[in-house]
Design a protein around this ligand. Structure first.
Ligand code: DLL
Length: 436
């Protein structure tokens, strides 16, 4: 497929020019924030830095970081940088603990966000002839509204399905001949499974591409979804604090997600020391919004761990690529002293021929961590004998031990016993937090 772009000039801009553009925008943005957000002005004052010290991206490291804790502290209006009357929208994070984070948008903020989502859709081959089925949640969550807006901008016929009601999703998909599917990867896997159960083969649907994100997923899961739906599956990344989906997206190369660097500066830092790490290092991703008017966060710590790749891409885009997030610096589990990311366990499951329907339960008994992994069997696997299943459990525990250095107790459970998600999947239940 020939590469297609939504905003070619920007997406393929030479890097020197892009850096110059970032520098010019940064100088203006720092002044805007300093003048209108007293909370951040105080942070800068405490660090002894003023807008006059910021001449370009080389000075970015002088600015203080922002974290989710700052956003909770300033809830609900403390980070607003324009009069409330200039705002046309709010969105909010999906977190269930503590105060939710609220993000504000002017009309220009919404427009630029939708452009970012349109870039992602076009990179996946979408154009105005397409039928885009959006089954991310609509409402406060950014997934539905973001991809919906992007699809409108491309001019595609947009089906604003929201998540859930899988029967109806499938009916619309088949009757209206949807060609592009947008949802979480776990919901895409569930839709594929439901289609199969209803007797459909991958070639029976008209889908050609899927834009899946909002939660971690592995290459193995990509292959499963691509085979199950007969499509090419593209990753998309974003967070409410920086607008929502579309901060970064995959092109047809599928080797990392291009960050929309004309709107966001990305840095990688050491999550413990805050030190900026050299190019190619693995660390915590930090974003500075260059164009946001209402909610312009500078040096916001995402807690997502990844690696940036500035090498040229064969698609012609010049914007740096981020790897799939390898976990979060804050939800990484430490089990018996070992750092564990759920994505590592998922990779083993898929490698060993299991579907990605699983749950990790961590608890503490007699001062020791317990580590259980519940994995669902497919109907074909379920016909095995009890001794066969026990042998499979042992083999899988061994494979996980080889990957992590610690072994879980594996429980293979009947098909359909692990609750399916229509939004982000709940992969980890850490009961230790309840006792500590
Ligand atoms: O999940 C925005 C979004 C919607 C992205 C739809 C993509 C598609 P939040 O609810 O604020 O926003 O959650 C943001 O989700 O910091 C990551 O930890 C995680 N995340 C988002 N996209 C990906 C991805 C939306 N492609 C948090 N891979 C982020 C892995 C992702 N993790």
């Amino acid at each position: 497929m020939e590469p297609r772009y939504f905003q070619k000039e920007i997406e393929t801009m030479p890097r020197e020019q892009l850096k110059q553009l970032q520098s010019e925008k940064l100088v203006k943005q720092v002044r805007h924030v300093y003048d209108h957000v007293p909370y951040y002005r105080d942070l800068m004052d405490k660090k002894g830095v003023t807008p006059d010290d910021i001449h370009g991206i080389e000075d970015l490291h002088k600015l203080p970081f922002l974290t989710k804790a700052d956003l909770r502290e300033t809830y609900p209006y403390g980070m607003l940088a324009v009069p409330l009357s200039d705002c046309v929208r709010i969105q909010s994070t999906s977190g269930t603990t503590g105060k939710r984070v609220i993000a504000y948008y002017t009309q220009k903020d919404v427009d630029l966000w939708e452009d970012c989502c349109a870039r992602a859709l076009v990179a996946a081959g979408t154009d105005k002839e397409d039928v885009v089925q959006v089954c991310y949640g609509y409402g406060l969550f950014t997934g539905g509204p973001g991809l919906n807006g992007g699809s409108h901008r491309v001019g595609s016929l947009t089906l604003p399905m929201s998540s859930g009601n899988t029967e109806r999703q499938i009916q619309f998909m088949m009757d209206l001949k949807s060609t592009v599917l947008c949802c979480t990867p776990s919901y895409a896997a569930y839709i594929a499974e439901s289609l199969k159960e209803q007797g459909y083969r991958p070639e029976d649907n008209c889908l050609k591409a899927g834009i899946f994100g909002a939660e971690p997923w592995t290459e193995e899961m990509r292959h499963d979804i691509e085979a199950g739906l007969g499509i090419k599956a593209y990753d998309i990344y974003g967070l409410t604090e920086t607008s929502g989906p579309g901060v970064a997206f995959e092109c047809a190369e599928q080797k990392g997600m291009h960050i929309n660097e004309d709107h966001f500066i990305a840095e990688i830092i050491d999550p413990d020391t805050g030190e900026v790490l050299p190019e190619g290092s693995r660390g915590e991703l930090v974003f500075t919004s260059l164009d946001k008017e209402a909610f312009p966060l500078l040096r916001y710590r995402t807690r997502d761990i990844c690696v940036l790749n500035p090498l040229p891409c064969s698609c012609g885009r010049t914007h740096v690529r981020m790897s799939k997030p390898m976990g979060r610096s804050d939800d990484m589990m430490i089990i018996r002293g070992v750092n564990v990311f759920p994505s590592q366990i998922e990779a083993v499951l898929l490698n060993e021929g299991y579907a990605p329907n699983y749950q990790i339960v961590v608890d503490r008994a007699k001062n020791n961590d317990t580590f259980d992994v519940y994995v669902e069997l497919s109907p074909e696997q379920f016909t095995d004998t009890v001794s066969g299943i026990t042998a499979r459990e042992k083999a899988l525990a061994g494979a996980i031990r080889t990957m992590l250095g610690i072994g879980p107790i594996v429980h293979l459970v009947a098909p359909k016993t692990i609750a399916r998600s229509e939004g982000k999947a709940v992969r980890v239940i850490d009961k230790r937090k309840l006792h500590d």
